[in-house]
Design a protein. Structure first.
Length: 380
């Protein structure tokens, strides 16, 4: 999804993909095949580029540190920043030291330490593998150390966090250039389904302007403190008294920012390219009072293009983005966006389009308008 913006900005992009069938490889002009954890493949890519950037956080830090040390390319965000999105324990330690609001947390190196932590957190807690987890993977709500028995011995201590009694999840996205110039998008509200982002409303409903600005300032401060270059998403829990706590960080275009592709003057993918290429940042003003983005999570229907045609015929005002991925249950295979002045109507239309594309047939029910059905603790 960076490619259309790159074409308009006349920025050539080379993609490192593991297989020619991957989404980016299918549409990019210049593709190299190789794994993100293969030092030779990543170094060979870097040697052809001015700037190396990412669509996920899983490139081993040692590879990136070597590229920086040798001056092969600018790595943005740099490995010193990216590690905070790669390792949740590193992130918790650093944010806590900086004084940024986090849930209560501890490290557990063995079952005994986890049992102690559970006792301190009321007998139930969220346990996360520090590395590699995403979209609900590597996250469990447990009340006994035995519930993560298969995680011991997989590479270091586990992160144990309090089970935050949050009322909703928010996301604050910012973009930052190498010299420190930064902009903040409106704070949004997100809803999860089985640990996967399902619905985003921009801006977050019923968020007092002063509180919204404070959250934006928090995200800008984190970006500066960690020296992030590019897009940064700060995922947050909001509690009943209005307190916000940092859940996780993503240093790339993020699912909670997909609304901006159609709902803001400058979408997050173009903004990321501007930031990492050290170009002037774009205007983040919304194009309408509200934007609603609903993810398409795979089911049994394979022909999503036919579903998209049905949805667009039903509602010409929606925008459909299909990712070219193989369909499997729960996998993010696309999203729909709709913008306008009536939030409830936008929610109804977006969810109707989602059901039409995923389930087939013209769907015009009113259920699911509020994104209900997540049924999870919302942790990613």
């Amino acid at each position: 999804m960076m490619l259309p913006a790159a074409i308009e900005l006349d920025l050539p992009i080379t993609v490192l993909a593991t297989d020619p069938s991957e989404s980016a490889a299918r549409v990019a002009h210049d593709v190299r095949l190789g794994r993100h954890d293969d030092a030779d493949a990543v170094r060979a890519l870097a040697a052809t580029c001015e700037v190396l950037t990412f669509d996920h956080e899983h490139v081993p830090p040692a590879i990136l540190e070597g590229i920086v040390a040798e001056g092969l390319a600018h790595v943005r965000p740099g490995p010193h920043a990216l590690v905070h999105a790669q390792d949740k324990l590193v992130m918790r330690r650093r944010l806590t030291a900086l004084g940024h609001p986090c849930p209560r947390w501890s490290e557990a190196a063995d079952p005994a330490a986890l049992a102690t932590a559970l006792g301190e957190l009321g007998g139930r807690a969220v346990v996360k593998t520090p590395r590699g987890g995403y979209d609900g993977h590597g996250v469990r709500v447990v009340s006994d150390a035995a519930e993560v028995a298969d995680w011991w011995g997989t590479g270091g201590p586990l992160l144990v966090e309090e089970l935050v009694p949050f009322t909703r999840e928010l996301s604050a996205q910012v973009a930052r250039r190498p010299g420190g110039e930064a902009v903040a998008y409106p704070v949004v509200q997100s809803v999860q389904r089985d640990g996967v982002c399902f619905e985003v409303v921009a801006p977050a409903p019923d968020l007092e302007p002063g509180r919204a600005r404070a959250i934006q300032e928090l995200a800008l401060a984190i970006a500066a403190d960690l020296d992030v270059v590019g897009m940064l998403a700060v995922e947050l829990f909001e509690t009943a008294d209005g307190t916000v706590l940092v859940n996780e960080l993503a240093m790339r275009p993020h699912n909670t920012g997909h609304w901006s592709m159609d709902g803001a003057v400058t979408g997050q993918f173009e903004q990321h390219l501007r930031a990492v290429r050290d170009l002037p940042l774009g205007d983040v003003t919304p194009l309408a009072p509200w934007a609603v983005m609903v993810n398409l999570l795979g089911g049994t229907r394979e022909d999503l293009a036919a579903g998209a045609a049905e949805a667009m015929a039903l509602d010409p005002g929606i925008t459909v983005h299909l990712y070219g991925k193989g369909v499997r249950p729960g996998r993010k295979v696309g999203h729909v966006t709709v913008i306008g002045a009536d939030r409830e109507d936008l929610l109804r239309r977006a969810h109707r389009a989602e059901r039409t594309i995923i389930e087939g047939g013209i769907q015009d029910r009113n259920d699911g308008v509020d994104g209900s059905g997540s049924g999870t603790d919302g942790r990613a």
